[in-house]
Design a protein around this ligand. Structure first.
Ligand SMILES: Cc1ncc(COP(=O)(O)O)c(C=O)c1O
Length: 456
């Protein structure tokens, strides 16, 4: 296996060490002095550019080609800034896909993780551990839920929710030959990539290559009350999965009437209501849980992305009624809820759940939406600016990919959503108004690139 090194003034710097030079902008183009042992740089490229090219080439050789990555090799981050191997600075409006809510390198998070890593990282669920119980207590105290199950990702949380819903229906209908086993999901939904969660995910290209996926899922139009109520009334539905705000699908927000109708139809029919707050939960809307805006409670809620501040975690929050159907051995995970991850999550949750933190997210979200409407609203390619708090979508009449590339070249990282025509802005929740101004400014400067884009 070839190793990748930076060549700078005769010193060889590994990618890990490169993280330490993040603030020192690498002169570009700079003088490169050849390494005595190996110098395979194409003429004209700086050492850092060679490093980046080598990483990308190695990635193409040794990783499964599941990701169409942007050409940036990121080595370090601080706050809302990321730095690539070539020393370029980026303003991060992606948060690692709505994960790094506290930004990069938050000192309290780093301290908590470092201290816990020194003490105990993993024990498995064969034993008790203090951070897991502490985190569960906090989640229960701050939400509708009575109990928590931990997983390692969003898709695993949804997978657990599927199993819990099926088990609940069997448990609560002991004399019924065929208890409800089917599910409702909605247009533009995204619930994950494993066989159950992908069966609930609306985008066909994610499902069809892997069929047969879990059977018994009906997709209805997001927001269509009548269709949902009619199907729930048949009594065949074990659970309805819904994102209060759809992230991946294009930043669409449920109405209160829609969630209320789902709630009461589920209550009448004995179906469960599952909120997937993997992306929109934990402060992103300016409320700790997105459902708080509606006052409509689920039976189960799934969480993941921001919970451990960048370390892998998922969680399923349940009412006692549902949890009582679950017995020893029904589900489990080797890694889930380990002391290191849960300590990281406690640091995140303690910060985000402070009322003043949540209020600041609301305020910044309103401010950002206003300046986006002001600055971008007049452009003929911009159809709508929507979202709540710091989950904002800018819908375009063309593919957003040219804009994403232009913004990255100008030092701004953004995501797409929907059918690729929605710019998704999910910055770290700690972002400043000045940084939001800068993001809006770069978006404005880069918008003309869409005039050349004919990918309608
Ligand atoms: C709403 C929602 N649910 C589930 C998932 C899957 O999470 P993960 O990628 O951690 O499996 C995602 C990921 O984007 C998501 O946005």
């Amino acid at each position: 296996m070839s190793s990748v090194h930076l060549f700078l003034n005769n010193s060889i710097i590994s990618p890990a060490a490169a993280a330490g030079i993040r603030r020192r902008r690498i002169p570009f183009p700079g003088r490169v002095i050849a390494c005595a042992t190996l110098d395979v740089r194409p003429p004209g490229l700086t050492a850092a550019a060679t490093e980046a090219a080598a990483v990308m080439a190695a990635e193409a050789r040794v990783l499964v080609g599941t990701y169409a990555r942007a050409p940036a090799v990121l080595v370090s981050g601080k706050g809302c800034k990321l730095y690539d191997v070539e020393g370029r600075e980026y303003l991060d409006m992606t948060s690692g896909i709505a994960v790094n809510a506290l930004g990069h390198g938050d000192p309290d998070w780093v301290r908590a993780v470092t201290e816990q890593a020194n003490v105990l990282a993993h024990v498995s669920n064969v034993y008790y551990s203090v951070p897991q119980v502490e985190l569960a207590k906090r989640l229960v105290d701050s939400s509708f839920a009575d109990r928590v199950f931990f997983s390692n990702s969003g898709t695993e949380a949804n997978e657990a929710a599927i199993k819990f819903a099926r088990k609940f229906q069997k448990f609560s209908n002991p004399d019924v030959k065929q208890p409800p086993v089917e599910f409702i999901s909605f247009s533009n939904s995204f619930h994950g990539r494993t066989m159950g969660a992908v069966a609930l995910t609306s985008k066909e290209q994610y499902r069809t290559p892997f069929e047969p996926v879990m059977p018994g899922v009906t997709f209805l139009e997001y927001g269509n009350i009548q269709a949902a109520v009619e199907l729930i009334r048949t009594g065949k539905i074990a659970a309805v999965f819904v994102e209060p705000i759809q992230g991946e699908g294009g930043i669409y927000t449920a109405t209160k009437a829609f969630l209320q109708a789902l709630r009461s139809a589920c209550d009448d029919a004995g179906s469960l209501l599952v909120y997937d707050e993997v992306q929109c939960g934990l402060g992103r809307t300016g409320l700790l849980w997105a459902y708080e805006a509606y006052g409509v409670f689920p039976d189960i809620m799934t969480l993941a992305k921001p919970l451990a501040g960048g370390l892998p975690i998922g969680a399923v929050l349940l009412t006692e009624r549902v949890a009582s159907a679950i017995k020893y051995g029904d589900h489990g995970s080797t890694f889930a809820g380990g002391p290191l991850i849960c300590t990281a999550a406690i640091a995140v949750l303690d910060k985000i759940s402070k009322p003043e933190f949540l209020a600041s997210v609301s305020k910044k979200g309103k401010y950002f939406k206003e300046i986006l409407i002001q600055k971008l609203g007049g452009n003929s390619h911009v159809r709508e600016v929507r979202g709540t708090g710091l989950i904002i979508g800018v819908e375009l009449d063309v593919s957003a990919s040219a804009l994403v590339d232009a913004c990255r070249n100008s030092g701004l990282l953004i995501l797409t959503a929907g059918k690729g025509n929605v710019v998704r802005l999910v910055p770290p929740l700690v972002i400043s108004e000045g940084e939001l101004d800068r993001a809006a400014e770069i978006l404005l400067e880069c918008l003309p690139v869409l005039d050349q884009s004919n990918s309608k």
